[in-house]
Unconditional design. Structure first.
Length: 98
């Protein structure tokens, strides 16, 4: 560990003025979750407050909690069915009254 010039002139400040030697290795950070994209969702304010309170209680980021619920729903989407109109609700027509 190296110290600054001021710390050598005032030994009582050595602990406060010390800096890390640049050759020391740093601790590794959190592992990557891969490439991410941001989306914005508007929800009712009272639900937002409840979500943030829950996230604080369990010690998890709100974005992680929301992604855990949203990603499986996205994975289950059938794009081909939606393109063909199969995802739309069909209305039954009573031929007798039509």
């Amino acid at each position: 560990m190296t110290t600054t010039r001021r710390a050598t002139q005032f030994p009582e400040l050595a602990r406060l003025c010390s800096v890390l030697d640049m050759t020391q290795s740093r601790r590794p950070g959190r592992p990557s979750k891969g490439e991410r994209a941001d989306i914005k969702v508007r929800i009712p304010a009272e639900r937002r407050d409840k979500l943030f309170a829950y996230a604080e209680l369990v010690g998890r980021p709100v974005t992680d909690l929301a992604a855990e619920q949203l990603v499986p729903w996205i994975d289950a989407l059938d794009l081909e069915q939606a393109r063909s109109g199969g995802a739309q609700q069909s209305l039954s027509i009573d031929r007798r009254t039509a």
